[in-house]
Design a protein around this ligand. Structure first.
Ligand code: ACM
Length: 679
């Protein structure tokens, strides 16, 4: 065993791990593990590695792999005692699958490809770390659930250097993740050298303001004093790509188009609809120069990146300028396009044709479906799984990255205990709960769902430390979602293994969130609440919940489910008052006159996005459903605060009633509640 790596790990971990639980603890959990009786394999100073491959070039590739997993370790051509043998059995395994047999004298890893052997080695590494160099007699047969197992890092909003990227590639490879999607361009900065358009890296990659939050939306010259930003040279990228490929990770570049392109249009304003800089985020689609420009960019990008997929963004186009731009309008007439969605679709089709003509495939965020999806495109589904499912149902490939489960820019624990995040509450358990291709879908649809991806957009993530904190340990859960058969997934079991793996990452210098310190969701949200109104009908009195925050619709207030830390968690129902004097006004029908001693509801407040407690609550009762008598009127003076807060507005006493009415007001603001509890 490598003398420098493994003993060092023993020192750190020896106090932390209960040996028996640790012995077979691998993340992601393998598809099958058997532990027959027999003697364990014990690493010693003479443990060697042997590679048996059909040709020299494959042997050389595998030797590189071995050195990346067990650096400095001797690779011997000969069979000897105490050896790890990597054997290529062409055609006998599915891609990336491997068998691992641990005996007293030998560990045998068999696979049909380098990736399978590499993953077998990664499993050996985890087992060796867990057992302090001793691996029990065991037989593992393992294969990934999905071929696409990705992580996206946004290096536009806050640039990260190449060493940071390589460090994350190391962790990804240990977790058997195989796609690194780099969000290389966005309004906040262009991050890839393009020789033909030097202003992209002389100007559009630089800004005053170190962090995205400090940025004033303008760019500056690279040479200006106080210029912040950066970009990868082609050499940097080739270095990253090779480093990743040695670890069986494909790097997929994302070049945003036709929107999220403010930085390009500041450097080359003639490519926008009006030619004015700082006015547009969308390219002009009526202008042939836009296509020339983007095809030139693609030519340089594919010269650097060997990936099959090129990600073209495609999300969140405003499409506004297209509506009045004479060139875009002419394009729409010439091409017989009905609306601006059709124009976006025309654009994506053309870019796809170009990529396909170069032997590459297009992947984009799910808005690329608007106006009709290009024939060979793959959809990266971020606004919810439904878009990816729709694409898969229509025969396209899809990769799932729905915000609710896969956006690592949200809080992973109680928001006020965490570093700043964009919002949302995404604990590791919620990542783990995601099934990208549930059994409820047809086999064909499931087969078209190629995998899953975690995304880390970095508007609020300015440092390496913060970025790692957001990635780990949630990336462990994502890896298991991507790799392990659904039937074998069990959160409690995973959590034990994740704690060990995450501790190891921390001991190696990753700035992970310490999972031991997780507080978890708001206690009210952990289990349903039982009360007299559970399952009762709720009548909405001339009021509607906001279409954006429906929670469970008309059953929300009596389904027993309480909200968590974030108003967007699907448990809180939102109402917007506008300038009317009524927002939330509902009546709970108890079916029959009922003795009632308590009526109450919790509200959530988070002032920056305009979510407030009510200024006034009225609780009343009736027995005919028309004439109501007030039980209480509660008024509050509200002070602006930036922290999430919760408050209960309730009445207690004695009344016999069939109908309970609950009204809550706050003009121009949202109010959110989760349950009307009646006792
Ligand atoms: C996205 O989050 N706009 C893809």
């Amino acid at each position: 065993m490598n003398r420098s790596v493994i003993p060092a790990l023993f020192v750190v971990l020896i106090t932390a791990l209960p040996l028996c639980a640790a012995e077979t603890a691998v993340v992601p959990r393998p598809a099958s593990v058997e532990t027959p009786d027999g003697k364990a394999f014990e690493f010693n100073d003479n443990t060697s590695l042997r590679i048996i491959a059909p040709d020299d070039s494959m042997s050389a590739t595998l030797a590189d792999c071995v050195s990346s997993v067990f650096p400095g370790h001797e690779i011997s051509g000969k069979r000897s005692k105490n050896q790890i043998e990597l054997r290529v059995n062409l055609g006998e395994y599915t891609p990336e699958a491997y068998d691992l047999t641990v005996g007293k004298d030998r560990i045998l890893i068999e696979a049909s490809d380098g990736a399978g052997l590499f993953y077998g080695l990664q499993t050996v590494r985890q087992l060796a770390d867990n057992g302090f160099g001793r691996i029990p007699n065991m037989q593992i047969s393992d294969a990934p659930r999905f071929p696409y197992r990705g992580v996206m890092i946004d290096v536009s909003r806050n640039f990260r250097d190449k060493n940071f990227i390589k460090k994350q590639i190391d962790a990804m490879s240990r977790l058997k993740l195989n796609r690194l999607h780099l969000h290389l361009t966005d309004g906040a900065g262009w991050r890839i050298q393009i020789d033909k358009y030097p202003r992209l890296t002389e100007y559009a990659a630089w800004r005053q303001g170190e962090t995205w939050k400090q940025w004033n939306g303008r760019y500056c010259e690279r040479t200006d004093s106080g210029a912040h930003g950066g970009f990868y040279t082609k050499e940097d990228l080739r270095d990253i790509i090779k480093y990743a490929a040695d670890r069986f990770i494909t790097v997929i570049p994302e070049i945003e188009m036709p929107a999220h392109s403010e930085e390009v249009l500041a450097a080359y304003p003639e490519l926008s609809c009006t030619g004015e800089p700082f006015k547009h985020s969308d390219f002009c689609i009526g202008n042939e120069k836009t296509f020339e420009f983007l095809q030139d960019i693609i030519d340089e990008v594919i010269e650097i990146f060997p990936s099959e997929y090129i990600h073209i963004g495609g999300d969140e186009a405003s499409k506004q300028a297209w509506k009045s731009c004479p060139k875009c309008q002419k394009r729409m007439i010439d091409e017989g396009l009905e609306d601006v969605d059709g124009l976006q679709s025309y654009f994506v089709h053309r870019i796809e044709q170009y990529l396909n003509s170069k032997g590459r495939a297009l992947i984009g965020w799910d808005e690329i479906m608007e106006g009709g999806l290009a024939p060979n495109a793959t959809v990266l589904s971020w606004r919810g799984p439904q878009h990816g499912i729709r694409a898969a149902e229509s025969g396209h490939n899809a990769v799932m990255a729905p915000g609710r489960f896969c956006y690592f820019d949200g809080y992973q624990d109680v928001p006020h205990t965490q570093p700043e995040a964009i919002g949302g509450y995404l604990p590791i358990s919620l990542v783990y709960s995601f099934d990208p291709a549930p059994d409820s879908l047809s086999v064909e649809t499931r087969n078209n769902i190629k995998g899953v991806e975690a995304t880390m957009f970095t508007e609020y993530i300015a440092t390496d430390e913060h970025a790692e904190y957001m990635l780990y340990p949630r990336m462990l859960a994502l890896a298991e979602v991507a790799w392990t058969p659904q039937a074998l997934r069990d959160y409690d079991d995973f959590r034990e293994r994740a704690l060990m793996f995450n501790d190891r990452l921390i001991s190696e210098g990753y700035h992970a969130f310490d999972l031991h310190k997780e507080i978890g969701n708001r206690k009210e949200a952990l289990a349903p609440v039982d009360h007299l109104a559970r399952g009762k009908r709720v009548i909405y009195n001339d009021c509607e919940w906001s279409w954006k925050y429906p929670a469970a619709g008309a059953s929300t207030f009596t389904d027993g489910l309480r909200g968590g830390w974030i108003y967007t968690d699907g448990r809180w129902q939102g109402f917007y008052n506008g300038d009317t004097d009524r927002a939330l006004d509902v009546t709970v029908d108890m079916d029959e006159p009922t003795d009632i001693t308590y009526v109450g509801a919790d509200f959530i407040q988070l002032c920056p996005p305009n979510v407030w407690f009510p200024e006034k609550v009225i609780i009343s009762y009736s027995n005919d459903g028309e004439n109501f008598t007030t039980l209480t009127t509660i008024t509050t003076n509200l002070l602006r605060d930036n922290k999430v807060a919760f408050r209960n507005f309730s009445w207690a006493g004695n009344v016999r009633a069939r109908y309970i009415r609950y009204q809550a007001y706050n003009r121009w603001r949202f109010v959110f509640t989760d349950e009307i509890v009646i006792r």
